[in-house]
Each structure stands twice: as structure tokens, then as C-alpha cells.
Design a protein around this ligand. Sequence first.
Ligand code: HEC
Length: 273
Amino acid sequence: MNKQILSALALLMGGALLSSGSVLAAESAADGIAQYREMLSDGGNPADLIVDTGKELWAEKRGPKNASLEKCDLGMGPGVVKGAYAHMPRYFKDADKVMDLESRLLYCMVNLQGMDAAGVIKKAISKSGEYSSDMESLVGYVVAQSKGVKIAVPQTNQHERDAFARGKEIFFFRGGPYDFACASCHSVTGQRIRLQDLPNLTKAGPAQEAYSSWPAYRVSQGALRTMQWRLQDCFRQQRMPVLKYGSQASIDLTVFLGVNASGGHMAAPGLKR
Ligand code: HEC
């Protein structure tokens, strides 16, 4: 590994200083990741391999019903994957529910393939060192088919508007031992924790930049992390109880973030420290 790569990795792993004599303290983790991205630009994002796995999984006959997901309706008609993520979460009439990508994939796995919901949820987030879960691979595949597509999370019916209103309330709701809300960390411009920039998710610009880059490959974890994971991890940072995978609260928050980011262009799977 050459010195440049080591330097970028060190910055990614928490902003460690190198002994090259030059003090890199002023360089933020954001600069480090930008450098790393550039170096990877030839070989691509490690997430690309996971996207390929997801593509195979989508077309493979699986589960007790021995069916593929090719009839799964992500909101743009059965089997249409291109651009679907940029228009989610959205209301689905068959389920009578607003769903994000992950809860919708779960719905399709259960209803089309006959899989057991609890079993899928249990394995949805891969543990450190494990290969991506089926859910993570499928998410990678679907999300990648929205690259460059304009984010337009719909607010066309009452279900979707209610989900936004609840998501907004959760975003500003203070709780836990430190009395934090999402807003404590994410509604101020230019705020940081250690070396990490905290995007102001209530402003269109930073909200678009953040939302469009998730799901993302996390270099520090060697895994593709989904939006459900992102929210669970921020609940943890907020010292709140564990956010249930696919819960209405998680979907509502995603609606809030997605509507705030509307107008931006999807760039996921992104690459994060
Ligand atoms: C205690 C501070 C804190 C709280 C509270 C918090 N977050 Fe975060 N959030 C962070 C940090 C730190 C990061 C960057 C994490 C990283 O890079 O590992 C982050 C990252 C994010 C990102 C991704 C941003 C990007 O550009 O990649 C989203 C989206 C997000 N948080 C949403 C939320 C939501 C929604 C809540 C409320 C449920 C919340 N956060 C609560 C600290 C917080």
C-alpha cells in the first residue's frame, strides 16, 4: 500500500495523524473520504460486487413458493426497478401502507416467495465480517438502478402526507438520557462531532447530499449499509431504544428525510468512512 492510500485510510478510520512530518489535523474525515473515493474511481465502489449479487438474487427462484422477485411491484409496476428507489417510500394499495424499499422487499419476499418475515428481519443487517445479507444485496441492486434519477418522494395522498408529518415529529422529538432529538445533531449548519460533519437535514442542499448517498458501502465496516441501518445507528447515537427494523417509525423518518431531499439526484450506493 502506498503512503497516499495509507494516509487516506488513516483519516477514514478516525482522523489519525501520520508521522510524515506534516500535520494533517486540519484535514477532516470528509477530505479523507473524498481522497479515497478518487483513488477507487478506477476500480469502482466495493458495493458494485454486492449490487451484482443482488441482481442475481432478484431473478432467482427462491423460498417455499419457488418464485423470483421479478413480479415485485416497487411502485412503478411489477418488476420495474429502474428509478423505483427515487420514488420511495410511497403508499402501496395492496398493503394499505406507506413502505420504504426495505419493508417493501420484505413484503415481496413474504408474499411472492413465501419467506418468513421474522427470519428475514433477523438476518437483514449483516454482522461485522459477514458477507452482505440477501436484503442488503437486493437493496444495493435496486438502489443502483436509480443512479442519477431525481429524488421525488411522493406526497400525493393522505397516507403519504401523514407519514411525513409523523416523521417530522419524530425528527424533532427530544428524548433519552441526553434529551437529544435527531434535530439536536442535524438541524444546525456547520456542526461536527469529532471529525465528522453533521449534515443539516432540514435544509435542501445538505439533505439532498446525505439522502442521495445512502445506502452506502461503509469502509470501516466492510459492508453495504442500508437506510434502515443508518437510522438504527443514529437512534443509538441518540441513546434511544433500538429502532425496530421496518417499523412504521423508521419508514416515517425516511419519508421526512426523502421529501426534504426531493429535487436532488440519487448517487447511491455511496462510499462512507
Ligand atoms: C448525537 C448526535 C446524533 C443524533 C442525535 C442523530 N445523529 Fe444522525 N448522524 C450523526 C453522526 C455522527 C453521523 C455521521 C456518522 C458517520 O459518518 O459514521 C450521522 C449521520 C446521519 C445520516 C447520514 C448523513 C450522511 O451524509 O451520510 C443521516 C441520514 C442521519 N444521521 C439521520 C439521523 C436521524 C433521522 C436521527 C434521529 C433519529 C439522527 N440522525 C440522530 C449523529 C447524530
